[in-house]
Design a protein around this ligand. Sequence first.
Ligand SMILES: Cc1ncc(COP(=O)(O)O)c(C=O)c1O
Length: 420
Amino acid sequence: MLTGTYCIDLEYYLLVVTVLLVVLILRLIYSMVLKSVLSPQSISTASCLDIVIPDAMTPKDGRFGSGPSKFRIEAVQALVERSDGYLGTSHRYDTVRDVVRELRSGFKELFDLPEGYEVALGNGGSTAFWDAASFQLISKKSHHLSFGEFSAKFAVVTTAAPHLDNPSIARAEPGTVLPLTVPDGVDACCYPHNETSTGVSIQPQRVSGFEQTLMLVDATSAAGALRLDPETVDAYYFSPQKALSSDGGLWIALLSPAAIERIEDIAASGRWVPAFLNLKTALDNSRRNQTYNTPSLATLFCTAYQLNWLNRSGGLEWAAKRCERSSQILYDWIEASDLASAFVADPLMRSRVTVTIDFDDRVDAGVLCDVLRSNGIVDINSYRKLERNQIRVGTFPAVEPDDVAALTVCIDYALERLVV
Ligand SMILES: Cc1ncc(COP(=O)(O)O)c(C=O)c1O
């Protein structure tokens, strides 16, 4: 009797367990199927790449990179026409020196440089200029506004420099920036005009009461696109692969009389400076329309070509307005979208040249970039180290505002198919 009851209980128990297991498995299968239908992230990239945007909708030029950025075909054609007698000739002769002369006078015109300001250039891009500045533009201690990858990198350079005191660093959360101040003992303030990695811009300025402190402003993604009062900067340095629509590897710096004096004083002080990074040598060579070592002649030529185009088109004001128009198309699009938001919360800090757009989790920004890339729209991925569900669009002067408008149409087209 006892044994019989025990058997019935066991059978009943096994039945309940089996039913529960079946329910659990069914639920699992159901949720997996449901997820694959509803979640855009689960759509395989391969099937997304089947999305074909009609040609009539796509931009004429699909390059929206934040650097290297769109290179104007006219510059390449002009280089081809000029190549005979220019490319492959010595940079110590007038054929090349005339282009450097044109560059130096073109920048004076573009920025309306005050008396005493000079344009210097050398090889190595803005990254090399950070090292050079740490030797000959900072006497003892620098202050850095660090609000993204590039501003942080300059602070790393001065922190490691054994001949300098530890810098003071005002670090801000990505997408924001702290106000510019001049802490005690600082002889140079360092910050970018436009932090390319986050899309935060600040207008170069001096701090009242500290007019003698050198302002070293990284203009790599700003020069030729954002307005500048040159009196507010002592070294405004950049590489030409962004607004200047050329290739990288070159640095160009607008130097104030105070910056030139600092370079000369430190050169005379006996501080050891690596020859390649010697700004006094670079300045002396620039005054002769040369560089210390062999430059890329194609880069020089294309930079000068773009510079002439900017000056002929209406100068810096024209370029700034064009970038405002292009970026505003994107900010208006964000405003109208329920999937996107501007990464930079403060509208006054939003970049006019590198627009950063966050998406909510119904969108996988990486898949969106892949779809657009497969349709000829390239390089709008967010800065890799930010690790956000974001895209970043370069709206430099070479980019046609109409192409930016077409880009928003293409993004909508892709999102309609990616987000169910
Ligand atoms: C703001 C800023 N600073 C510095 C750099 C470094 O420039 P380069 O690679 O020409 O040395 C970049 C490059 O993208 C940049 O965007």
